[in-house]
Every structure is written in structure tokens, then in C-alpha cells.
Ligand binder design. Structure first.
Ligand SMILES: [Zn+2]
Length: 331
């Protein structure tokens, strides 16, 4: 967690004419700057749930071969000297794809470097890039025909996208959303798939409990996740009835997992007794005399299933496209 993060990059953004989004709130670092620099597109911010890991994203026109580009970049002396020591750390610090590089130095996880350090990093990265790739030339990255003079943030990533292509993405999303709304949920296949997932999850859980000799209540969330995804696969759409089915099947899977574990435990302790689900069930019922453990697992299963299905209930079709002027740092 960042310690009371403050806005730090305002002046930098002004000097380089970047879009600036100031720090909001007291918990996670979410300040960022984005814009065009030396013909590339740049975004600097922090990633991770708590926003503690700073990154520098630089985008350029699409290249043929990301790994060849990476090799060339690593040979640039300015960039090479930035890399942390150790083969693995070096690999983690620089990610290269066909149209972007991401620099993140994991050793910077706890203390945010001074703005001068970021500026220096950006200078070196763009310098190294300009030796190996050509910058944007004012064309839309998607259709490569229309001229574009300002970037947009597509799902938070700066890109050059012309008005026509933005329109196309939005229209496609509307069509997809409309046809999704018209799908009839297939409760039968949803239930069949989810039930199979619940059984597989239960067996997996029992196996883990047998191996470790302990019942881990948290694993119920894993079953919930499996069940919810399988329900979606079978039903093609999650509605309220689907959520209820997924929750019930998750709870069924959770109970079955415990029953299987107890059945095996009895059989192991008394080899003259057979491995029998009924015996496991009897012990499971008896376990409610001390209700903490069975309640905990049901609780985690319930919360997990409810959360997972709410996540799956409303898929988002429309990409988030922001014009930087709308987010710019006048605030
Ligand atoms: Zn276009």
C-alpha cells in the first residue's frame, strides 16, 4: 500500500504537454500521465490493486517481430544500463510486444522514485526505441488510412484511432450487446455443466484434504469459480435463476467434498470398514455439532459463488474510449 499518495507529476505533465490525471483518494496510487513524446505514445502510472508498482508504457507502430525488437533494444547502451542485475529480474523489467514496451522495475515496488528518475527512464527508453523503430506518422493504427492528430485512451491505453474506427468498435459492441440480451439462457446445459464442475471440484477438494489431512474452507471459493464458469459455458448467459443454480450447485459441491474426505478418512482409520459415501455423510452431519468448520466452508462457497456469478452476469461489451481532453488535468 502506498503511504498517503500525493499528486507528483503535474509539473512534468505541463512541461511535456502530457495529459495528467491527478492522484485520487488516499489509498492506492492512481496518478498517471499520458501523451505523445518523440512521436511515440507514452503512459506512466502505477499498476497492481494497491497501485504500488510504477510502470512506463511506450507504444509505437506495429512491428513484425517482438523478440527481435527486444534483442535490439537490449543492445542499446542507454537502456541496458537501466536494467537491474540478475537474468530473471532483467527479463521482468522490460516487456516487449509488437507495438509496445512496458518498463517496470520490481525493486521499485515500495518507494516511488522521484519524478526526475521517471523522466530519465522515459528519455532513455524513447532514445533506445528511436534507434530501432520509426515513430507514429499520424495514421490511425487500426485502418492505417485515416489521419489522426490526437490519441485516445482505449481501455486506458493511449492509441491513435480515427473517429471512424472508434465508431466501428462502438457499433460492433452495441450489436454484440443486443444479441446477448436476446439469448435465451439454457438452464439445462448450464445445470449439467455446473453439476459436473461441482463434482470435479468436490473430488479435487477431497483429494487435497486427504493429502494434507486438513479441510481448507477457502478452497470452496475455487469450487465456486469452477462452477460459475462452467454454468456460463453451458447456459451461455447468466441471469438471476442462473446465479441461484450456481450457488446451490457450489454448496452441493462443497458438501460433497467434505463427505468424500470423511468417507476416505474413516476407511483409512478403520480398514475393515469400506469406503462408503453414506458413512462420510453420517460424519458430515455429526460435524455440525461443532458448526464452525462446516459453516465456514458453506460461507466461502456462498460468497464465492455469488461473487463469481455477479461477475459473469453483466459482461461489458463496449470498449472504454476516452478522449484525453476529457480526462486532462485541468482539475
Ligand atoms: Zn481508423
Amino acid at each position: 500500500m502506498a503511504f498517503l499518495p500525493k499528486t507528483q507529476w503535474k509539473q512534468w505533465a505541463q512541461e511535456w504537454n502530457l495529459t495528467h490525471s491527478p492522484q485520487r483518494g488516499w489509498v492506492s496510487r492512481n496518478e498517471w500521465v499520458a501523451g505523445s513524446y518523440r512521436g511515440f505514445l507514452l503512459k506512466v502510472g502505477c499498476m497492481g490493486e494497491q497501485g504500488v508498482l510504477p510502470y512506463i508504457l511506450i507504444r509505437f507502430p506495429k512491428q513484425q517481430d517482438a523478440s527481435a525488437l527486444r534483442e535490439r533494444l537490449l543492445r542499446e547502451p542507454g537502456l541496458a544500463s537501466m536494467l537491474p542485475k540478475g537474468q530473471r529480474k532483467r527479463g521482468q523489467a522490460l516487456e516487449v510486444s509488437e507495438s509496445s514496451i512496458v518498463w517496470k522495475d520490481l525493486s521499485m515496488r515500495w518507494a516511488l522514485p522521484k519524478v526526475a528518475v521517471f523522466r530519465d527512464w522515459v528519455e532513455r527508453l524513447t532514445q533506445a526505441l528511436s534507434q530501432t523503430v520509426s515513430p507514429f506518422s499520424g495514421q490511425c493504427e487500426n485502418c492505417r488510412t485515416s489521419r489522426v492528430d490526437s490519441f485516445v485512451l482505449f481501455e486506458g491505453v493511449p492509441v491513435y484511432l480515427c473517429g471512424g474506427c472508434q465508431e466501428k468498435y462502438t457499433t460492433e459492441a452495441n450489436v454484440a450487446e443486443h444479441s446477448y440480451q436476446n439469448i435465451e439462457a439454457n438452464y439445462f446445459f448450464g445445470t449439467v455443466f455446473a453439476a459436473a464442475a461441482a463434482i470435479i471440484g468436490a473430488i479435487g477438494w477431497a483429494a487435497l484434504a486427504i493429502l494434507t489431512g486438513r479441510v481448507f474452507a477457502l478452497v470452496a471459493i475455487g469450487i465456486a469459480f469452477l462452477v460459475a464458469l462452467s454454468y456460463l459455458k453451458g447456459a451461455k448467459k447468466v441471469d438471476m435463476l442462473g446465479r441461484i443454480l450456481a450457488v446451490l450447485l457450489t454448496l452441493g459441491g462443497v458438501v460433497l467434498g467434505e463427505v468424500l474426505f470423511y468417507a476416505q478418512a474413516v476407511h483409512k482409520a478403520n480398514p475393515q470398514l469400506p469406503f462408503a459415501i453414506e458413512l462420510g455423510w453420517e460424519i458430515y452431519k455429526a460435524s455440525w455439532q461443532e458448526p464452525r468448520q462446516p459453516l465456514m466452508t458453506l460461507f466461502f462457497g456462498l460468497i464465492g459463488a455469488w461473487y463469481c456469478t455477479s461477475f459473469l452476469q453483466k459482461p461489458r461489451f463496449r470498449p472504454k474510449i476516452d478522449r484525453p481532453s476529457a480526462t486532462a488535468g485541468a482539475r
